[in-house]
Write a protein that binds this ligand. Sequence first.
Ligand SMILES: [Zn+2]
Length: 472
Amino acid sequence: MKHFSSCLLLFLALCLPVVAQQSSEVYAIKNVTVIPMNREVAMLHQTVLIEKGIITQIGNAETLEIGKKVTTIDGTGKYLMPGLFDMHAHFFYEQGNNINTCKEELQMMLANGLTTVRIECGDSVYLDARAKVKNKEWIGPQLYVVSPQFVGAWPWRGKVFAAVCDTPEKAEAAVKKYKSEGYDEIKITFMVKRDVYDAIIKTAKKEGIKVTGHVGPQVKLPAALAAGQQIEHMDEFIDMLLPDSTYNYGQSVSDMNIWRKNAWATVPFLDETKIPELVRKVKDAGIYVTPTNFFFFSSFGEGRTDEQYKQRPDYQYIPSNLKAERWDIRERYWNNAPPEESRKKYVYLRKKMTFELWNAGVPLMAGSDSPEWFLTQGFSIHDELETFVQAGLSPFGALQTATVNTAAYLGVSAKKGTVETGKQADLLLLDKNPLDDIRNSRSISGVWIAGKYIDRKGIDKMLAVAANVLGK
Ligand SMILES: [Zn+2]
């Protein structure tokens, strides 16, 4: 009986569409502390009015004009901040057996406070997901979808999630094709030759589409900076710390070289005193950088025990048919791991570069690179925010990487990234102050997206559905 009733409950939960808890679409959040993110301040005892998905008034409850048909939410003891962005996420679809669970993955993102997400690998399935969210058929963060990744070769079997370009002509044609298909940016991944790279940049400039992604050893950082590419993973940054005598060695621990033993052999030679020069060059290039540090620290730098991985909230959302592969990948690296001293230096240098970039005013963006290894969508953005604080940023600085900086990069600062009147009500209600402790970004009490409010009960329901569909 017990079994039957829990099955019935689950059945009902899966049948009920996950929608907002209220339908009036006019909300007054009363007596809340607002963290506007346009400046480092916490505004006490505010009432925030949301009408049709727009913040229309912020002020004292007594002075605001609040109509009658309003859903009131008591914000006492709570904190209201802009919804978070993840600038580097993927779907499970491109991994393993290509099952489309984008709908549930979007709900996981939203449940963790993500209201805007850039999908950092393109496919027509993702363009479809972007359209479904836009048309309100699905609930989830607003999506930006980059092109299928430009690579020099595709070494795996199965469906190719890439534009394999080994000549400038192929690259030019592919950039034009993806622009016309409606992708938001062009994505570069690995093994791209220099002449192909130059063709991508030249065509993208002509077509008016941004370029994001990796920098490989065949391109190297100076060329990527000159091109104005938006750089993911701080690729090839560490290469710039090699002594001049070995600079063209081409094997620093960057990009795919992180898997190579002879690349790790260069780590003891990396020169920290070269960081200021590197930072100056990046700053002068005027680019945005997404470090994705948590992925690199946890997977390649520090490692995690089996238990630590299994205890992470992410673990239950990893499809079980992909779990074995995850453990295999991890074993492949850690069975023959680089020396601890080199790994420690690697983590230290990544933190140091992150801090110095921030200190110099280079706009950093939060990206999780989920669902790589044991990271899943939504949960891992909070891990990434923590790494910024571990690198030396203030909690406010860390939150900027997932709000104002990302809105500026996407050219949507007029609508997103802060809590101000006239802005889109993509909002998070938190139980604890994230400016006191960045880990409080996880204390989510409610989310507003596209004019709808989802309370904690609704969030838990979305997560239960996602765990049931994905964790099978
Ligand atoms: Zn990625």
